[in-house]
Design a protein around this ligand. Structure first.
Ligand code: NAP
Length: 300
């Protein structure tokens, strides 16, 4: 169903463009001091979606004249060999940031591998030290997707102060850091946060009370019209491949029924073109920040 009045589109593409513009000055300044921010991306196995994500990220680095390199490792590599590779990358001054593309194969202890990344190079913000700092209100690197969502809210002047935000999903990479950030006592936080997940009996009961809904679930169209109250702001993190008869064989859908919430929600992020571009922009920003930190060696 498409209502007569459409909701405002919160364009991540547009916000990302403004982030890249703002980063230009820092990149030029670093380059005048002989530093080119560099990223090492570790890609394990041959998951097509992961390959696409890493390609998109490294393409953006090239576009910004930044250095990036992808380390392709076979899916049967032993855990300690992956850790050895990461330790070598930690030592290599060419790389200011290291990202391990998730998910890793099930047999791999993901937490162990993420802990091997030096916290100073952990531009994804997944190292326990960095997650701990985030939880205590003194973040070093904020995970890229939640950080990008805060940028979208800031750009469109959607305040979180005193608002009720319902985060659907509690993963370590999106939902949990998102809910922690929104609860912090600062200008991008101060929200009352409800976290829903697969064991929440009636998600709609919560989302209908929200000023802002953030859906990071991985279920296409889970947030439907009857779960949304008028004037809500909706951030749709979901990127779900849905099979169809097109040449590609699939199309992408978010976790929100985008057409159905039109005219009910005040504003909504599209998929694609919403949160996705911001995740990449924040990876670039975190890597530039890591390069700056490497020069000043400042405590953050
Ligand atoms: N746009 C981007 O840049 C970006 C970045 C990262 C992820 N994503 C997308 O965002 C989505 C979520 O990613 P993720 O890594 O957070 O996924 P994840 O690790 O699979 O976590 C999904 C979360 O949703 C909850 N959940 C699953 N099914 C549910 C249901 N039917 N009702 C309520 N909650 C449910 C899970 O609950 P439990 O904890 O109880 O299992 C879990 O907390 C995916 O579509 C992913 O592709 C997009």
């Amino acid at each position: 169903m498409s209502n007569e009045i459409n909701s405002k589109i919160l364009s991540g593409k547009e916000v990302a463009a403004s982030v890249y513009k703002r980063l230009e000055e820092s990149i030029i300044s670093l380059s005048s001091r002989g530093v080119v921010p560099g990223l090492a991306a570790v890609l394990m196995g041959s998951d097509p979606a992961s390959e696409v994500y890493v390609r998109m990220k490294t393409k953006r680095f090239a576009k910004m004249n930044l250095h990036s390199e992808t380390f392709y490792i076979p899916s049967d590599l032993k855990e300690h060999d992956i850790a050895d590779l990461i330790l070598r990358l930690n030592e290599n001054q060419k790389y200011h940031g290291i990202l391990v593309q998730l998910p890793l194969p099930k047999r791999i202890n993901t937490a162990k591998i993420l802990s091997a990344v030096s916290p100073e190079k952990d531009v994804d913000g997944f190292h326990p030290e960095n997650l701990g700092r985030l939880a205590s209100g003194n973040p070093r690197f904020i995970p890229c997707t939640p950080k990008g969502i805060l940028e979208i809210l800031k750009h469109y002047e959607i305040s979180t102060q005193g608002k009720h935000v319902v985060v659907v999903g509690r993963s370590n990479i999106v939902g949990r850091p998102m809910s922690l950030l929104l609860g912090l006592k600062n200008e991008t936080g101060n929200a009352t946060v409800t976290v829903c997940h697969s064991r929440t009996p009636d998600i709609g009961y919560h989302t209908r009370q929200a000023d802002i809904i953030i859906a990071a679930v991985g279920v296409p169209g889970l947030i439907d019209a009857d779960m949304v109250s008028p004037d809500t702001f909706i951030i749709d993190v979901g990127v779900n491949r849905v099979d169809d008869d097109s040449e590609k064989g699939y199309h992408l859908e978010g976790d929100v029924n985008y057409d159905a919430v039109q005219g009910i929600a005040s504003a909504v992020t599209p998929v694609p073109g919403g949160v996705g571009p911001m995740t990449i922009a924040m990876l670039v920003e975190n890597t530039v920040e890591a390069a700056e930190n490497s020069l000043t060696n400042r405590l953050k």
